[in-house]
Design a protein around this ligand. Structure first.
Ligand SMILES: Cc1ncc(COP(=O)(O)O)c(C=O)c1O
Length: 434
């Protein structure tokens, strides 16, 4: 093994991180190659800097004038230069402040500086690569974003274990979660858990009480001897529409919960800041008892996976995001967006109480939802995929999840179009049911 990887392993081996690293994770390190040497040179090479593979003239990256014309607010460095492997430090610090603001129970220093990754997908991918070996188990409630399967099973050859997302009383299934963890603790030494709230596809976030119970159960599972990697996929963070939704990330409850729990926060600008194609996400770690050296070693491992896969995240998106976050009207603009989403949410809730919805209630059962971009119907006695195809023939796009669920992204429908959309869905379902 490379001596630098070995050194990082030695630093991490006294903590939960050392115990949960995969074989790939153990081999990862950040090479003292071109990127590291170029970083040293940018601090010290006052005369000539002939390190990095960019075209530079008069100290600035050279760009095509036609491109420059498109980007009046960015200098050429902000527009086209490579970003550092872990992202621009100023953006990382700004995101750290956002995490603290949005999760008041977290304290600075409880967690690592967020590392920039090219979208949340990359965060999930890097977490799986660093902490999953073939055959390892990942516990996920049965409503989950389909790409998890491709990454976990397709790439990592690990196994998804699931339990029902909803309890019979239409809340998050805390009892099922506890049961699944108890079973894992009786068989395994380590387990990854993925929590995604607000959830895709259900649009449901646990209540404050249920979230507290989940954190307690994870602590008890760790007490029972299981090392846990808990990945909090906070893609839709902030879009909580009901009073009793837990508005902090589970990451905040787990960050300092237990020496056997490594909490990994995967979040980003994608949905929170309405920049889906920017490819700017963040990965942040915390575990009780990790030293600053261990934080650094874990970030070096992560930089190793970034460098060996995508090398770095887009610089132009990072520059634009940072400027946006620094704008004096940033928060106000986000509040306005929240109100637009909440209005759409409330419109859907009202429509689901209406006569058309009630008439279709035996075939299209709305699952609980209180947050995020989506709601889903459980299809009873009709095939969700057939319903989707029939709706397509009427010019309406929805997502079928297997044969059982139909997902509606109310985030992408104007409030005034919500009624005709849902009427079309109810009527098509009733026709299909015959
Ligand atoms: C739950 C969840 N996680 C992650 C992602 C991916 O986000 P990104 O586009 O930043 O990779 C999505 C996108 O739909 C999602 O729904």
């Amino acid at each position: 093994m490379n001596p630098l990887a070995q050194q990082l392993n030695t630093t991490l081996d006294t903590s939960v991180v050392g115990r949960v690293l995969s074989q790939v994770g153990r081999r990862m390190f950040f090479p003292k190659g071109i990127v590291a040497q170029a970083a040293e040179a940018s601090a010290k090479a006052h005369r000539f800097n002939a390190t990095v593979g960019m075209a530079v003239g008069k100290g600035q990256p050279i760009t095509l004038p036609s491109l420059e014309k498109q980007l009046p607010s960015l200098n050429t460095k902000e527009a086209v230069a490579y970003a550092p492997t872990g992202g621009f430090p100023a953006l990382r610090q700004a995101w750290e402040q956002q995490i603290l603001q949005k999760n008041p129970s977290l304290k600075q220093g409880d967690f690592t500086l967020p590392m920039v990754i090219p979208g949340l997908t990359a965060g999930i991918f890097h977490a799986e690569e660093l902490f999953l070996d073939p055959g390892d188990e990942v516990l996920i409630a049965d409503m989950f974003w389909g790409n998890y399967r491709l990454i976990i099973e397709g790439r990592r050859e690990a196994k998804i274990k699931s339990f029902a997302y909803f309890s019979p009383d239409r809340r998050f299934n805390v009892a099922g979660f506890a049961e699944a963890l108890k079973d894992a603790a009786s068989r395994l030494k380590k387990l990854m858990v993925i929590l995604n709230f607000p959830n895709n596809p259900s649009g449901y976030t646990p209540t404050k009480d249920d979230a507290a119970a989940m954190a307690r159960i994870l602590g008890e599972t760790a007490d029972a001897g299981l090392d846990l990697v808990v990945v909090c996929d906070d893609a839709y963070f902030g879009l909580f529409f009901e009073e009793d939704c837990e508005t902090e990330s589970l990451f905040a409850k787990l960050a300092q919960a237990h020496e056997k729990i490594l909490a990994v926060k995967v979040d980003g600008a994608t949905k929170e800041d309405l920049v889906w194609g920017f490819r700017v996400g963040f990965m942040t770690y915390a575990a009780k008892g990790l030293s600053p050296d261990q934080h650094t070693a874990l970030l070096q491992k992560t930089m190793g996976t970034i460098r060996s896969s995508v090398s770095s995240s887009p610089g132009i998106s990072q520059s634009l995001l940072l400027k946006t976050m620094n704008s004096p009207t940033y928060q106000q603009e986000k509040d306005e967006f929240f109100q637009v989403m909440k209005e759409r949410y409330l419109r859907v809730k009202t429509l689901l109480e209406g006569p058309e919805a009630q008439a279709a209630r035996d075939i299209l059962v709305p699952l609980p939802f209180n947050s995020g971009y989506f709601m889903s119907f459980a299809c009873q006695g009709i095939d969700a995929e057939q319903l989707r195809l029939n709706l397509l023939d009427e010019g309406v796009g929805t997502i079928a999840i297997g044969t059982e669920y139909l997902r509606i992204a109310f985030s992408s429908i104007d409030s005034e179009d919500m009624e005709p959309l849902f009427q079309t869905i109810f009527q098509a379902a009733r026709r299909l049911a015959g």
